[in-house]
Design a binder for this molecule. Structure first.
Ligand SMILES: Cc1cc2nc3c(=O)[nH]c(=O)nc-3n(C[C@H](O)[C@H](O)[C@H](O)COP(=O)(O)OP(=O)(O)OC[C@H]3O[C@@H](n4cnc5c(N)ncnc54)[C@H](O)[C@@H]3O)c2cc1C
Length: 499
């Protein structure tokens, strides 16, 4: 008999799991509370323009190529990925700008012009270090089922054991960056990578420097917008037999004789299932939003967890004048430490670092980091309005005049509504020390038949990582169901091997 699987949530983790399980021949139903797939991978409209309002930086293409290959498809036949030569343009209020490129030497030359030859040498050393960390953790940690420290050492093998000892897990990113960058602006620029995981560079472990390498491996834009990724995954999963139900909120994971036997929708309808994959945020499961059985199954998994950052975002249609924008742009605060101290104090920063994606003429996506306090009714609308004024004035000081015609705002309270019990935290638990990376749960729970996938689950947040978590959940489930398709071994160009 074909196993029936219910997947709760059509975020990237749920979508990848649905595709792989449908490919393996299982009877898959995805229940998504929202009217559209994607979760945080979302788009909104502003003044008639459709603008990506979630992830904008597409990295680690091989992760997606491998997942598509496992499903018997080719990424390039479904999505047009356009590589970006300029990874991001960085700017400060005194008019200083610095572009970083996928090409290391091009970036080194730009850094030499910006801050001198010593700074360029520091950048080369930093890049070598970031690469080493990435290569050490890629297979031993990111691609494997939630390893503990001992497992990490075993997985690293002799080739990467030295690298493991060199990870500097005990120093924070900010301190470690000081070893490479005497120039405060360069230190600030590279510290920003910690926020990709929703963490503060002042507490995140230095291992997060690996994100700089992930970005240097390439940043792409998706023709038609990032949301195409969600649409394509749905289409491919449907073509393999998966059934998608939107506006279908699950209220309960139901059990019989100590194992999962189905899911109950908020409408009262019951869907029988041999297994359930929960792509809802771990915080929501922990708070009981999927019922007592699921809550008990994740008991303790949020222990000592600090919420990751939230964001205040504006999708804007309108005009921009002044400094030319790249696809990705960052306008830095004058005092990074003060900015994160304010956020830690549960306030919107008074001088925020501003990210702007400019995907098309007349369309902009603007983001500042914000405290995850949406469940406490904060920040208020008045505070968010004030923040927008601060942002527009700061941009002007940086040489950019944004003239919005229409704005669609999403803040911590909105994120809390979409992703319950998170306060608007967008990346699961923040990494505040080396142990936090090991504290994310793996795909399997102690409740037989309940699996987890998503950015709060190992290996962590960001589209590629959440996609990997979906793959790991699908693999675990297939192993448990004794499927002949437990291993989707795919050998990728460049030696990346994925299971
Ligand atoms: C503003 C923003 C910018 C970002 N920028 C980037 C970036 O540039 N690059 C990058 O790689 N990553 C970025 N990220 C992070 C990335 O988007 C996330 O890590 C990733 O999309 C999380 O996927 P997920 O699998 O955890 O699912 P989620 O996106 O969290 O989706 C979970 C889904 O489950 C559904 N759900 C929850 N409960 C229920 C229920 N009870 N019943 C039915 N459905 C339910 C929700 O409606 C949702 O659709 C960004 C995120 C945000 C918000």
């Amino acid at each position: 008999m074909t196993a029936k699987i219910v997947i709760i949530g059509a975020g990237i983790g749920g979508l990848v799991a649905s595709l792989l399980l449908a490919q393996a021949g299982l009877d898959v139903t995805v229940c998504e509370a929202a009217p559209t797939p994607g979760g945080k991978l979302r788009q909104v409209t502003a003044g008639g323009a459709t603008i990506d309002a979630g992830p904008t930086v597409f990295t680690l293409r091989p992760v997606f190529e491998a997942i598509f290959a496992m499903a018997g498809a080719r990424l390039e036949e479904h999505l047009t990925l356009e590589p970006l030569d300029c990874l991001a343009r960085h700017a400060w209020e005194d008019g200083a700008t610095l572009d970083l490129f996928a090409d290391l030497e091009k970036s080194a030359a730009a850094i030499a012009d910006f801050a001198g030859a010593t700074a360029a040498a520091g950048y080369r050393a930093f890049s070598a270090r970031a690469r080493k960390i990435f290569e050490t953790l890629d297979f031993s940690f990111m691609q494997t089922h939630q390893p503990r420290l001992a497992g990490l050492i075993r997985n690293a093998g002799p080739a990467h054991l030295g690298g493991l000892l060199n990870l500097s897990p005990f120093s924070n990113m900010w301190d470690e960056l000081g070893r490479y960058f005497a120039n405060p602006r360069l230190r600030q620029l590279f510290a920003r990578y910690a926020t990709y995981c929703g963490s503060s560079p002042f507490s995140a472990p230095a291992t997060l420097m690996l994100i700089a390498h992930a970005e240097r491996l390439g940043v792409w834009r998706i023709a038609g917008g990032m949301f195409r990724l969600a649409e394509v995954l749905v289409r491919l999963a449907e073509a393999r037999g998966a059934n998608f139900r939107f506006n279908a909120k699950v209220s309960d994971v139901i059990t019989r004789n100590g194992r999962v036997c189905g899911a109950r929708l908020a409408s009262g309808e019951t869907l029988p299932a041999d297994a359930v994959i929960a792509n809802a945020d771990l915080a929501a499961i922990n708070a009981g939003y999927l019922g007592p059985a699921a809550r008990d199954a994740v008991a303790g998994m949020m222990k000592n967890a600090t919420r990751s950052l939230s964001a205040l975002t504006w999708a804007i249609s309108g005009a921009a004048e002044g400094c030319p924008l790249a696809h990705h742009n960052v306008f830095f605060s004058n005092d990074y430490k003060a900015e994160f101290a304010e956020i830690a104090g549960k306030k919107l920063p008074t001088d925020p670092t501003i990210y702007i994606c400019a995907p098309n003429p007349g369309a902009f996506f603007c983001l500042v980091n914000a405290p995850p306090v949406g469940d406490a009714g904060n920040p208020t609308q008045a505070e968010e309005d004030a923040c927008l004024n601060i942002v527009l004035r700061k941009l002007q000081r940086c040489g950019l005049t944004l003239r919005p015609d229409a704005i669609t705002r999403t803040g911590p309270q909105d994120f809390e509504t979409m992703f319950q019990a998170t306060g608007g935290a967008l990346y699961g638990r923040a990494l505040t020390n080396w142990k936090d990376s090991f504290a994310r749960p793996g795909a399997k729970t102690k409740l037989p038949g309940l699996y987890l996938a998503g950015g709060a689950i190992h290996p962590g947040p960001g589209l590629p990582m959440a996609a990997i978590s979906g793959r790991l959940a699908a693999t675990r489930l297939l192993e448990d169901f004794g499927s002949t398709r437990t291993s989707f071994q795919v050998d990728m160009p460049g030696g990346t091997s994925m299971r």
